[in-house]
Design a protein. Structure first.
Length: 235
């Protein structure tokens, strides 16, 4: 297993992230030594916030029932007595002009329902992540995206919007993606108005981490170049 403490330090040091990256994995069974989440949360992305704050744990499908949209992107079927909640949420979003029903088929989903979902701060992760969530200001996100491009690990997609949680299955199947976030995610996670997401597949993490220092140094050099041009060519 990779040295995730080293990888977190390597990446966050180069791109100046203020939040800890979050490792997420989808498994058939929970590994030994990691506790099940106790309590309730209003959304699946709430677990991202808890992991970024330093906790490692796992959830089961029932822990996600409060989030009909997140359950949909994670291929979790709501129980019969709660299944109308997805339609109600979609009706609200359509009625508000937030989405159109024809947008739904384009939403990425996990290919199968996970029995357990594991969360941990990347550097403390006791498991190999399927995806790693990074959040930060656009300049930091830019560096991660460029590192993924240099590593040949970037998906050929524009920045994703709503719902934010579809970025996880999208990254899992397509490669590193960026997401502008959505209002639900920002409410539940406390993501700042000036912050965005990048989601990196776990399989590509070592390669992306290996390129971030080069990209950060290149950007520092180019910043000087462009600043000089601005000063000498502006009249």
């Amino acid at each position: 297993m990779s040295n995730y403490k080293r990888l977190e330090s390597q990446i966050t040091g180069s791109v100046k992230l203020q939040r800890r990256p979050v490792a997420v994995a989808y498994r058939a069974t929970a590994p030994a030594g990691i506790d099940k989440f106790a309590g309730t949360q209003p959304s699946g992305c709430s677990f991202w916030r808890i992991a970024a704050e330093g906790r490692s744990f796992y959830t089961v499908p029932g822990d996600h029932y409060n989030c009909p949209i997140g359950s949909y992107t994670h291929n979790i079927n709501l129980p019969a007595d709660r299944s109308p909640e997805l339609e109600e949420a979609l009706d609200l979003m359509v009625g508000a002009g937030y989405i159109r029903m024809e947008d739904i088929p384009g939403v990425f989903r996990l290919p199968q329902t996970p029995s357990v979902i594991l969360y941990a701060p990347l550097g403390d992760s006791p498991f190999e992540p399927d995806v790693v969530l990074f959040s930060g200001r656009p300049a930091s996100v830019m560096l991660l995206e460029e590192a993924a491009m240099r590593a040949g690990a970037a998906a050929q997609f524009p920045m994703f919007g709503r719902p934010t949680c579809m970025a996880l299955p999208a990254a899992l199947s397509q490669g590193t993606v960026a997401s502008s976030g959505c209002i639900g995610n920002r409410t539940y996670t406390g993501l700042g108005e000036d912050e965005l997401y990048v989601v990196v597949p776990g399989r590509d993490l070592e390669r992306v981490a290996g390129e971030v220092a080069t990209i950060a140094q290149a950007n520092a050099q180019l910043a000087q170049y462009h600043q000089q041009r601005r000063e000498t060519l502006t009249s």
